[in-house]
Write a protein that binds this ligand. Structure first.
Ligand code: CA
Ligand code: CA
Length: 354
């Protein structure tokens, strides 16, 4: 009898594991191949070979790029290279990426930049907020941008018990921002369990020096976050659920869910086209290839544009798609007056004239 119970339990356990493995393959689009969509006039950006996970563009066309992310389970081509912030002027014909100097008081050796967001003060001073993972922890670093010197002056490190596994931020006021948490567990193997069991335990946080609170929850893995042009709505990508959530922002910074757009691809960072308000989404067409990196069969890239986001029927078009032969692991895309710049988690960056 005891043996029978044991065998039954073993069989049930194996069946569950098998079922979960199938579910992981489905969730990561493990059998998907991309159809190419490649604009004519594109070239790889020189000097950006260790990733360009997130990009944020100022109204003037200056683009900040976070580079050198080290993230558990993700390949890295420059394991000994500390993270850096690059600048590109998208007004130039062939914009170059220029590394920004960082003030000496900041610990550059452990700099591990992830999501970024710019903020311009009333006096036009530009601040760059950077999600940082020094020693795999999560902090938010505030830098002041010195345009003439092409440098960043470190002002402050923000830490908080709710700022865990932070992926991206969007700054909405001086020292006020929304941040996404991409995993509930911090242990790598438990994060795999979290993914396999399809737990929806991650959230969006509002941070200010006076108040820190969870303002939206129930995400499988909240990733990219940005704000609409009119500043009334917050857009959040849930990478494992392959969708974008539209949330209404209230005066007390609370968020209420408005709708969810399913995209069928693993959505990473989000940006806004300053001319149209469309969302540009950097996506992973096949995340299994990203997690299980093979240079012979690399992960591809995909950039989607969501038109008329707030209308009843938003439409979706593909701005760029490649099977990894040119660009691997796209995580973000920005547009600036007819230019498209695509960044990746660990690979190169691509600049296109549309
Ligand atoms: Ca961002
Ligand atoms: Ca991200």
């Amino acid at each position: 009898m005891g043996k029978l119970v044991l065998l039954t339990l073993l069989g049930a356990g194996l069946a569950l594991i098998g079922e979960r493995l199938v579910a992981i393959r489905r969730r990561t689009n493990a059998s998907r191949e991309v159809e190419p969509v490649e604009p004519q006039n594109c070239h790889l950006v020189e000097g950006l070979g260790y990733g360009s996970e997130d990009i944020d563009v100022l109204p003037s066309g200056l683009a900040f790029i976070s580079s050198g992310l080290k993230y558990p389970g993700m390949v890295n081509f420059g394991p000994d290279e500390p993270g850096q912030i690059f600048l590109m002027d998208l007004n130039e014909q062939n914009p170059r990426a220029q590394v920004l100097n960082i003030s000496d008081s900041f610990d550059k050796a452990s700099f591990n930049p992830h999501g970024i967001s710019t903020f311009m003060d009333k006096d036009h001073t530009v601040y760059l907020y950077v999600v940082n993972h020094p020693n795999m922890k999560s902090t938010v670093e505030i830098f002041k941008f010195e345009e003439r010197q092409r440098s960043l002056v470190h002002l402050k490190t923000i830490q908080h018990k709710l700022l865990i596994s932070v992926n991206d931020i969007v700054v909405v006021g001086p020292e006020q921002f929304y941040a996404t948490r991409d995993h509930y567990f911090t242990n790598f193997f438990l994060t795999l369990f979290e993914m396999a069991m399809e737990l929806h335990w991650t959230y969006v946080l509002f941070y200010s020096p006076r108040e820190v609170k969870v303002v939206a929850k129930g995400f499988s893995s909240a990733n990219g976050i940005t704000i609409s042009l009119d500043k009334k709505y917050i857009y959040v990508a849930d990478i494992l659920d392959k969708n974008i959530h539209v949330l209404k922002k209230h005066d007390n910074w609370d968020l209420t869910p408005l709708k969810v757009m399913q995209l069928g691809t693993l959505v990473d960072n989000l940006t806004i086209d300053p001319d149209t308000g469309d969302i540009l989404a950097g996506c992973h067409p096949n995340a299994m290839k990203l997690l299980n990196y093979n240079p012979e069969d690399p992960p591809g890239s995909e950039v989607l544009r969501i038109h008329n986001v707030l209308s009843e029927q938003p439409s979706i078009s593909t701005e760029y798609a490649n099977n990894g032969s040119v660009l691997q692991g796209s995580s973000v895309a920005v547009v600036y007056h007819g230019k498209l710049l695509i960044g990746t988690v660990f690979h190169k960056a691509l600049h296109c004239v549309l």
